[in-house]
Design a protein around this ligand. Structure first.
Ligand code: UT7
Length: 344
């Protein structure tokens, strides 16, 4: 079968000694039923729909039920991705869950998901790169397939951020939501899947966005709970500045590696942190507003789940068709960032 000439370079091709190509064979997402609107937040903290909408673009977010955990959201997204890929649980070799809100510190949420979906053969681990976790996970999953270690990898981004939000802090509680997105990566002929992924980090700015309590540095004590150390903290303005710079530079590098400019990209899917970040990144990349995917008005910032949920929505709404080039770009705590060009 002759293949159509592509108008981009696959940067992996020249180093691809195993002759493998990795496809994103299926995608799925899940957000909890309960919706929390800006109007409801007005009753919790000193804020307004007008402030939240104009400063962030967020109108509502989904909040998990008390007995619904990150693994439950992850499982629902995973099952949808498996169905969309036509893959059964026994085919899965590896499960990667990107999250900053695991069900518990250990064992990993990936192990809990393994049991829930019945993927008994699969290895499983969690990955912590905050809001950048899904792209980190895609790249790691891809590497396992390229190296012929595994054939089928399930990559999930899942968060129950409502469990670490300080509902008394108006600076942060209006921003985040719960949800999960997942993809199945598989070795398939005549497809390119993830063409390239750029990943970066800067630990010197760790305290711009972090949760002080709960780890080995500050285990839970009555004092740490009273001091509200088990909640997420963020310096919004400074984080915003770094987000725009890092996302633009990672996206530019990813496109350079594939010899494409922004006009060849069908859809840019940025981490859904803030409408003003999406607009600034889109503008600096030279993208039209129509190219930049946005669903944060309905889901808020779902951290590691963010681009995965958006990818699922872009595919299911027909915005992305098979063969289209898609640019994913993320930024989060760490600091971490990343960008990926995929051929859908
Ligand atoms: O997912 C990881 C990546 N996340 C991000 O990149 C998020 C980046 N940051 C942001 O999106 C924005 O910085 C925020 C949305 C968090 C804040 O927007 P901002 O325009 O940077 O506002 P600010 O923090 O400078 O606050 C401006 C004012 C302050 O009042 P004063 O000091 O000027 O009187 C805040 O106290 O807005 C006030 N404010 C609010 N007012 C009403 C902050 N939060 C609220 C609120 N409602 N919810």
């Amino acid at each position: 079968m002759s293949s159509t000439p592509k108008n981009f370079t696959n940067p992996r091709a020249k180093h691809n000694f195993t002759g493998r190509t990795v496809s994103i064979a299926g995608v799925g997402a899940y957000v909890p039923e309960k919706i929390l609107t800006n109007a409801e937040l007005e009753k919790l903290v000193d804020t307004s729909d007008e402030w939240i909408t104009s400063r962030t673009g967020i109108k509502e977010r989904h909040i998990a039920a008390k007995e619904e955990f990150t693994s439950d959201l992850a499982t629902k997204a995973a099952e949808r991705a498996m169905k969309s890929a036509g893959v059964t649980a026994d085919q899965i070799d590896l499960i990667i869950v990107a999250t900053i809100t695991p069900d518990m510190v250990f064992p990993s949420t990936a192990c809990i998901v393994q049991q829930k979906i019945g993927a008994n053969r699969a290895a499983a681990f969690d990955l912590e790169a905050a809001c950048s976790g899904f792209i980190y996970g895609l790249e790691i999953g891809q590497q396992f397939i390229m190296s012929r270690t595994y054939d089928t990898v399930l990559v999930i981004g899942a968060e129950k951020l409502s469990s670490i939000i300080d509902w008394k802090d108006r600076n942060t509680c209006v921003l985040f939501g719960d949800g999960a997105g997942a993809v199945i990566l598989q070795n398939r002929e005549n497809s390119h899947g993830l063409l390239t992924a750029v990943m970066g980090a800067d630990g010197s700015k760790a305290k711009l966005l972090y949760m002080p309590g709960g780890g080995s540095r500050c285990p839970a004590t009555p004092e740490s709970v009273d001091a509200r150390l088990h909640y997420l903290r963020m310096e919004g303005k400074e984080t915003f500045k770094h987000a725009v710079q890092a996302m633009v530079s990672a996206a530019t590098e990813a496109m350079r590696r594939c010899d494409v400019d922004i006009t060849k990209i069908k859809c840019v899917i940025p981490h859904q942190a803030n409408r003003r970040i999406l607009d600034a990144v889109g503008e600096r990349l030279g993208a039209t507003p129509e190219q930049v995917f946005c669903n944060l008005d309905r889901v808020g910032n779902t951290s590691a789940a963010s681009v995965a949920i958006a990818l699922d929505e872009a595919v299911n709404s027909g915005k992305i068709q098979r063969g289209d080039l898609v640019l994913l770009v993320v930024f989060g705590a760490g600091l971490t960032w990343g960008a990926a060009v995929i051929e859908w």
